[in-house]
Design a protein around this ligand. Structure first.
Ligand code: 5FU
Length: 260
């Protein structure tokens, strides 16, 4: 069962190269923390990553919130990803018909396919949306996280929708790296990664309906493999020391989870 299995073991089982790579990074760097680098200036993002990069397995971006976006930023971002050995997830939440999504993924000013190891995709339009992606671009592996649940208060995703999303991935296991969700009880396959946003050290909410759970809750009770932390780290006085606190708390929960 996925929950009790170590990341190393799961890396061996994973067929999808990007899943394998992510699980190996987690095991080697001993971190299941994903930083959500939700800042609007390229210099601020790069300096944040310079300080926090060594503590995370993945960095999540919202490329379209950046105000001074330029191609050199992508070069610097890639350089930091190599230097600190983390993967990049562009949280684009694609949600249109396959043809449009394919254009949004490959074209436009951001050319997401060229630099993002993984992207997030809504299952809402049906499985045709997955045909817009391939497991590799120019010989480099690519992955997709399907949105099976959301963290926001009152979201319209039903239990049935969540289950259908998880089932949708079965036919696309060479492409789907895992699921963005809150509760992974239906994710049985150890080759899929549960990515859970809405994480802070205390239970809380923001003014827009975001709901936060603690590392203990998300990893031990809800089955998160990777926890996404944004403002918990980004808005801290000292993001680096805060990242270490999150990294250690999350890792301790994982160790506890696989050992009892
Ligand atoms: F799919 C989801 C979701 O259900 N909840 C989220 O919060 C994605 N997110 C993203 O995680 C959201 O867009 C932010 O980028 C990040 C959470 O940031 P926070 O600052 O930790 O609330």
């Amino acid at each position: 069962d996925r929950i009790k299995m170590s990341y190393e073991k799961r890396a061996e089982l994973a067929q999808n190269p990007i899943t394998k790579q992510l699980l190996n990074i987690m095991a080697t760097k001993r971190t299941n923390l994903c930083l959500s680098a939700d800042l609007t200036s390229t210099t601020k993002i790069l300096s944040l990553l310079e300080n926090v990069g060594e503590h995370v397995c993945m960095v999540k971006t919202h490329i379209d919130i950046i105000e001074d976006f330029n191609d050199d930023f992508l070069v610097q971002l890639k350089h930091l990803a190599d230097k600190f050995n983390f993967l990049i997830l562009e949280d684009r939440k694609f949600a249109d018909i396959g043809n449009t999504v394919s254009l949004q993924y490959l074209k436009g000013m951001y050319k997401v396919a060229e630099w993002a190891d993984m992207v997030t995709v809504h299952s809402l339009p049906g499985e045709g949306i997955l045909k817009a992606f391939t497991g590799s671009i120019n010989g480099v592996s690519r992955g997709v996280f399907l949105l099976a649940e959301m963290s926001s208060q009152g979201n319209l995703i039903s239990a049935e929708y969540t289950k259908a999303t998880i089932d949708m991935a079965d036919k696309y296991s060479d492409l789907v790296t895992g699921f963005v969700c809150q509760n992974g009880e239906h994710i049985k396959n150890p080759a899929f990664i549960q990515l859970t946003p809405g994480v802070q050290l205390i239970n809380a909410e923001d003014d827009f309906g975001q709901v936060y759970n603690t590392p203990e809750t998300v990893v031990l009770e809800k089955g998160a493999d990777v926890a996404v932390v944004g403002r918990g780290i980004v808005a801290a006085k000292n993001p680096e020391s805060q990242a270490v606190i999150y990294k250690e708390a999350l890792w301790e929960c994982y160790v506890k989870r696989i050992s009892n």
